[in-house]
Design a protein. Structure first.
Length: 150
């Protein structure tokens, strides 16, 4: 098994790129539609390059934290981030691509690897990749529901 993984998860939704970008980069707004996660951030609620953001994820009786830095932005189409330690390290990007029937929103995970012993064991057992993909798909579904049914 490789020490890292890469994946892309996408969904198409009927919303303009500007509205999608805002829902993904305004942390106070995102914390309202993204259920099951508590968020904290440095500075303003709107994302900016260099900003650090922390997520507390509730998974059944357990909770865990992860953090990342916003490393780049190309409004309203791309956001780049880097995980800053445990339980994950690596880069990711969110991309918004206009299409004929809406926009395709993709989360690209580029060389994501577990940080720390417990995370490595979790990923070695195959549970980490599965959980990460499920959370990503859940986030994309919640985003779509918020924007289309809000």
């Amino acid at each position: 098994m490789p020490s890292f993984y890469q994946s892309t998860d996408s969904i198409t939704m009927k919303a303009p790129p500007e509205k999608i970008f805002e829902a993904l980069t305004d942390w106070s707004l995102r914390s309202k539609w993204r259920k099951g996660i508590e968020m904290a951030w440095e500075g303003e609620a709107k994302a900016f390059v260099g900003q650090k953001v922390t997520f507390k994820v509730k998974s059944g009786p357990f909770s865990y934290f992860f953090a990342y830095s916003v490393t780049g932005m190309e409004p309203p189409f791309k956001i780049f981030m880097e995980y800053t330690g445990r339980p994950l390290r690596g880069r990711c990007a969110m991309e918004i691509v206009p299409e004929e029937k809406g926009c395709r929103v993709s989360f690209h995970w580029m060389k994501v690897e577990p940080g720390g012993f417990l995370a490595r064991v979790y990923f070695l057992l195959g549970l980490g990749v599965q959980a990460h993909r499920e959370r990503t798909e859940e986030t994309l579904r919640m985003l779509k529901e918020y924007l289309e049914n809000g």
